[in-house]
Design a protein around this ligand. Structure first.
Ligand code: AHR
Length: 554
């Protein structure tokens, strides 16, 4: 039996039928057909501002993510900006990508940032955490890191997009001084230190002003196999003094990956042994949650529990959503654990790795480790997850979908000159207008859906989502998880009036639908005209869909 922790410790070598509920039948004022659902947006119950950083990304130096996905090289025939894939930058601008985490992941705790600066042709080639899992099909750059993309190239990538860089420091195999000097390299003013000069000689005289720093990654596992108490001691040491140059550094502590809160509690107890003031060091507590176990309770084995990314039955569709829906419970449980040590909630949650994780076999580019093919199921899953974050804006300060390109829940797939936006990428486009909006408590009333889960009649919610408002623009996003039934919902606003509305959604008659290099537009956003009659709006959410409503208020 192998669990996730063993898998990561060993590195890469280690390892229905649908029964319909009776319609409840809201009487629709607009209506020919009776609405079965209702979405009530409560303008007098604001929940907090949705941090744009909830719409964040994760780029690990892992197989095809960096080399091939992001970096093609300046001399490549693939359209690029200073060696970085141009089509990727363009779409990331469109979705207003807010923050990008780099260089790992497990990769981070064996990475020396000093290998990735200076003239590119002189940078060393190194082995790395993921190297042993590469196959003979993978190019040399996936086996041994050429260090062509280091801090300069990554930060340049972020700046071209308009995103904030979030760097993860190596706590397992580098001393605290290396972390301190990485901050100095990035943030010291032009001309101030030898490291500022080194940055300038690479063409970047002005400081990068990197605000977000991870202190290790998964320190309970690949990041050092620490106990929470041991990690807390390291965290205090690595964070005791760092140069700030007038800007606050937001330090993110390595956090848990299950509902179980002993890591969060053990860590905070030990950090605070030196006094309550120690809390000031921590901006966020990381939380990682991958949805991987589709065995329907039959096993907890990390390999045996996984399902296929593309070949699945409706019951697997529901299982993925059921497992993923646990995210809200995780957020609440760890928030509760934090509140025992930090009643004022200075420390926020940073969900810096999330997404489904399937077994290998669906890679668009054979040989790309951890790459999987995102389908409509992953789009619906991603919408559901982003809605959970939107509903908890005071708790979740940042979230990073794992991972951006050629990996797990990727927004993009690319190989050489081929590039495609996955259904997950389109969801980030649909949801972009939530960024910076005021989240509003919204009540979704809808009949549960029913399905057969290995002989037992099982239910799952019928319609859920989130809402936010900015100026006179209201955004409502919603997921209809039913593989076969539409939902007809009446929109009711308490405290505002609808002027006009439009809707974009992703759906497909085939729940396995996905975009490939040859069929790039199998799943793309569709627009639906909406009629607002005397301020009343009734909307049909197609089966297996994720939708965004854009509503202008009077
Ligand atoms: O995203 C892949 C891996 O999953 C990351 O390197 C690690 O942090 C997590 O366990």
């Amino acid at each position: 039996m192998i669990n996730r922790r063993d898998f990561l410790r060993q590195g890469a070598t280690g390892a229905a039928s649908l029964l319909l509920a009776p319609k409840i039948g809201w009487t629709s004022a607009a209506g020919s057909r009776a609405a079965d659902s209702r979405i009530e947006v409560l303008f007098d119950e604001p929940l907090g501002t949705i941090s744009p950083n909830i719409y964040g990304h994760f780029v690990e130096n892992l197989s095809g993510v960096l080399y091939d996905g992001i970096w093609v090289g300046e001399k490549s025939p693939v359209p690029n900006i200073d060696g970085l894939r141009k089509s990727l930058i363009e779409h990331m601008r469109k979705i207003k990508a807010s923050v990008i985490r780099f260089p790992g992941g497990c990769f981070a705790d064996s990475y020396d940032w000093r290998d990735g600066i200076g003239p590119r042709e002189k940078r060393p080639r190194r082995t790395n955490f993921w190297a042993m899992g590469e196959s003979e099909k993978s190019p040399a750059s996936h086996h041994y890191d050429p260090n062509a993309v280091g801090t300069n190239e990554f930060v340049h990538f972020c700046k071209l997009i308009g995103a904030e860089p979030y760097l993860a420091a190596n706590v397992r195999s580098l001393p605290a001084s290396a972390f301190q000097q990485w901050v100095e390299y990035c943030n010291s003013p032009a001309g101030s230190t030898t490291l500022a000069d080194a940055r300038a000689s690479a063409g970047y005289p002005e400081p990068f002003r990197v605000k977000y720093w991870g202190v290790g990654n998964e320190s309970w596992g690949c990041g050092g196999e620490f106990t929470p108490q041991e990690y807390a001691v390291e965290f205090r040491r690595y964070s005791t003094w760092l140069p700030t140059y007038g800007d606050n550094l937001n330090l993110i502590a390595s956090g848990p990956y299950t509902l179980e809160s002993s890591w969060t509690r053990g860590f905070l107890e030990e950090v605070l042994r030196k006094g309550p003031g120690e809390l000031r060091r921590i901006y966020g507590m990381a939380l990682h949650y991958y949805t991987w176990n589709l065995s329907r309770g039959k096993t907890q084995d990390w390999e045996a529990g996984k399902g296929d990314a593309v070949k699945f039955e409706p019951v697997d569709w529901y299982e993925l959503l059921r497992e993923g829906d646990r995210m809200e419970g995780l957020v609440n449980a760890h928030w509760q654990a934090l509140s025992e040590f930090d009643p004022e909630h200075r420390v926020k949650l940073v969900v810096d790795e999330w997404g489904p994780w399937y077994r290998p076999g669906s890679e668009a580019t054979p040989g790309d480790q951890l790459e999987q093919m995102p389908t409509l199921r992953d789009a619906v899953f991603s919408g559901m997850t982003l809605d959970i974050f939107n509903r908890n804006p005071e708790k979740v300060a940042m979230a990073n979908c794992a991972q951006l390109i050629n990996c797990l829940n990727s927004l993009y797939l690319a190989h050489e000159d081929k590039f495609v936006i996955t259904p997950v990428g389109h969801v980030f486009e649909l949801y972009a207008s939530h960024q910076g909006g005021q989240a509003l408590r919204t009540v979704f009333s809808s009949p549960n859906l029913h399905y057969d889960r290995d002989g037992s009649a099982t239910t799952f919610w019928g319609l859920r989502g989130s809402a936010s408002v900015r100026d006179k623009n209201l955004t409502i996003t919603a997921v209809n998880p039913s593989t076969s039934e539409p939902r007809l919902a009446e929109i009711a606003l308490r405290g505002a009036t609808i002027k006009e509305a439009s809707m974009k959604f992703l759906s497909h008659a085939d729940i396995h639908a996905h975009n490939t290099f040859d069929q790039r537009e199998a799943v793309i956003p569709q627009t639906k005209p909406l009629n607002v009659s005397e301020g009343i709006l009734v909307i049909e959410f197609p089966p297996a869909s994720v939708a965004a409503l854009s509503i202008q208020l009077i």
